[in-house]
Write a protein that binds this ligand. Structure first.
Ligand SMILES: C[S@@+](CC[C@H](N)C(=O)[O-])C[C@H]1O[C@@H](n2cnc3c(N)ncnc32)[C@H](O)[C@@H]1O
Length: 257
């Protein structure tokens, strides 16, 4: 969040913080009643709250043998999790950023993983191509939210699932809620999870700072960029959740049969 020009921000991130293990770019999820999230093999410990996030979103969803699409896939951590731990047949990621797509093609080079540069409101897929679609912490900067939902509806198979979760600024909540309600998807459930995201950010504050600082590299001349990134996450974004200037909503949606 805060990426007012997402394309140039993520292009810069690719060159300034290129580490292969930096595969998640969301703020995480922490439900204290479930205890500290486990560290999963194949993922850096700093990402335990992001792994907990995708496990929470996938809860109760049949993934085995399914075709999964993530719109706004970033560095592909969610899809990598779905392949390693969910048994999906195929995992396809779309992202606006060429840098992120190049990163994913380099780091997640499995035969059933495909990454394509495109915009969320113009998906380069046939109708009814996927059983499950995911959109996590990406839509807040989309210029045409109704068109994005129309595209998601088009590419999901009848009876398929769309897991939609994002942070939404207080003055935009009605716009997004209306877009969901008029999208053509059935709303299976809705949860506001802002406190869980805020809690994850708080718990991960120091590990994230140490992790990002470990990536300061004179050859990349990235110190100022990394310090701004840390401040952005640990101060600006954290306070946005803490003070409820934005909420984090999760809609489990279903395309009618
Ligand atoms: C905060 S990251 C989240 C990435 C990933 N979903 C995750 O959970 O790690 C947001 C991603 O949305 C992508 N994005 C922003 N606007 C987009 C658009 N119009 N179409 C597709 N992707 C977009 C950005 O390039 C970025 O990779």
């Amino acid at each position: 969040m805060g990426d007012s020009d997402p394309r140039s921000f993520y292009e810069k991130l690719t060159t300034m913080v290129p580490a292969d293990h930096y595969v998640f770019m969301n703020h995480g999820y922490f439900d204290e009643t479930e205890g500290e999230p486990a560290v999963h093999e194949g993922f850096h410990p700093v990402h335990r709250y992001s792994v907990a996030f995708i496990e929470f979103l996938f809860r109760g969803i049949e993934l085995e043998g399914k075709d999964l699409l993530e719109i706004g896939t970033g560095r592909g951590g969610n899809l990598s999790y779905a392949v390693k731990y969910g048994g999906v047949r195929s995992a396809t990621g779309v992202d606006l950023s060429d840098g992120n797509i190049r990163f994913c093609q380099r780091v997640h080079s499995l035969p059933n993983m495909t990454f394509v540069q495109s915009s969320a409101d113009d998906l380069p897929f046939d109708d009814a191509s996927f059983d499950v679609a995911l959109n996590l912490e990406s839509s807040h900067s989309y210029p045409d939210v109704p068109k994005f939902f129309a595209e998601a509806l088009r590419v999901v198979r009848p009876g398929g699932t769309f897991l939609y979760a994002d942070n939404i600024f207080e003055d935009r909540i009605e716009h997004y809620r209306n877009a969901v309600e008029t999208s053509g998807f059935e709303i299976v459930s809705y949860q506001e999870i802002t406190p869980k995201v805020e809690r994850a950010m708080k718990a991960n504050r120091e590990p994230l700072e140490a992790y990002l600082k470990s990536m300061i590299d004179p050859e990349l001349d990235n110190e100022a960029f990394v310090l701004r990134l840390i401040n952005g996450f640990n101060v600006r974004v954290y306070e946005m959740y803490r003070d409820r200037h934005a909420i984090f909503g999760f809609w489990h949606l279903k395309k009618p049969e």
